[in-house]
Design a protein around this ligand. Structure first.
Ligand code: SF4
Length: 361
């Protein structure tokens, strides 16, 4: 199986910007970006990132806002904050060089067993197994796993370790990842081209379309959010920076919060702004309504223009608040859902004395 995979990979492996790369920093960046994100989305971010932060030292010395801005739109922002923290630890404890011992790599924030195996096999050809989403799917089909992969993590790790080539860890891992990404795809796997079709139990028993088995998942919970685009007489907009811990930590956003039972959107916005920022506002016209899905819930953002009436904004539930000129909004890292709010503001800026009429649906 090793030989057939390696032969297939030698002829069919994907050409990717980080393939053949020996700089551990570049491999590390690619591995982190590829967690939960597809290759075609990652490539422009990877190139931009290396232009802006060409070395671990440059990343460690950068301001967190700059780093988050460069990651903006890629999602799962904890990955970005951890990269930044890890770079600072590497400069402090490892002389600015990514350590190449598994135990040391695993101590860095944001690096688990699969990422460590991916980095060390690619950089130093170490025979360290990996178990990302692609590999789980391939192994579940190979063995006709009679349960969802999430319930068989230990045996799947054991199988990945048993399969890896002791002398060609790099090509084996990249081969199995490419097999999962290009042939053993979630839908309609191309089994007739697959180097593993003869040992594959799913192929033998025509179970490819039913495997891997899925967990039955409950529908995602939904939150209705009132969002305020608060403007002052100078035409500036009030934004706040989310607390460091938790979802979207460190990013900027337009303040607001969750609608309570029986509450109208304007009442929700007024209450939230008093609780979060200790100011009084007048809720004006509706600007835009947006739906957005995160990994564990969905939100509907009901955005209104609001006029600042009184009080100095306080960051009671955030790190920082700031009045910003509309033209400067794009200097700040915002969550992806907020980019449409910014586009709506730019298309229909508020007038200081009067909020605009209904805008964009
Ligand atoms: S034979 Fe088909 S199902 Fe089995 S590993 Fe290959 S592509 Fe996947």
């Amino acid at each position: 199986m090793r030989r057939s995979l390696l032969t297939w990979y030698a002829h069919n492996g994907r050409t990717l910007p980080w393939r053949g790369e020996t700089d551990p920093y570049k491999i590390w960046i690619s591995e982190i970006m590829l967690q939960q994100t597809q290759v075609k989305t990652v490539i422009p971010y990877y190139q931009r990132w290396l232009e802006q932060f060409p070395t671990i030292a440059a990343l460690a010395a950068a301001d967190q806002q700059q780093v988050l801005k460069c990651w903006e739109g890629l999602g799962y922002y904890a990955r970005c904050r951890n990269l930044h923290k890890a770079a600072q630890q590497i400069v402090q404890h490892h002389g600015g060089q990514l350590p190449l011992q598994l135990s040391e790599v695993l101590k860095l924030p944001g690096i688990g067993r699969t990422t460590a195996g991916g980095i060390l096999s690619a950089v130093a050809n170490q025979p360290l197994a990996i178990l990302d989403g692609n590999v789980k799917r391939v192994l579940a089909r190979l063995t006709a796993l009679p349960m969802p992969p999430g319930r068989a993590i230990a045996p799947l790790w054991a199988l990945s370790e048993r399969l890896i080539d002791p002398d060609q860890g790099r090509d084996f891992n990249q081969g199995i990842m490419d097999l999962g990404a290009t042939l053993c795809t979630p839908k309609q796997p191309a089994c007739l081209l697959c180097p593993w079709r003869s040992p594959c139990q799913a192929f033998t028993h025509t179970l490819q379309d039913q495997l891997p088995m899925r967990e039955t998942s409950a529908p995602l919970p939904h939150k209705n959010i009132g969002v305020a685009v608060i403007h002052n007489p100078q035409g500036e907009i009030l934004i706040d920076r989310r607390n460091e811990s938790g979802l979207l930590g460190g990013l900027w956003e337009f303040p607001g919060g969750k609608l309570e039972a029986g509450e109208t959107i304007p009442a929700c916005i007024e209450r939230e702004i008093r609780e979060e920022l200790a100011i009084d506002i007048e809720v004006g016209e509706h600007l835009i309504t947006l739906d957005h899905a995160y990994s564990h819930f969905r939100v509907t953002l009901n955005v209104h223009y609001c006029r600042h009436l009184s009080g100095e904004p306080q960051p009671l539930e955030s790190q920082e608040v700031r009045w910003v000129a509309i033209a400067d909004l794009d200097q700040y890292p915002f969550p992806k859902a907020n980019s449409k709010i910014i586009a709506a503001i730019l298309a229909h800026p508020p007038t200081p004395s009067q909020a605009p009429k209904d805008r964009v649906e």
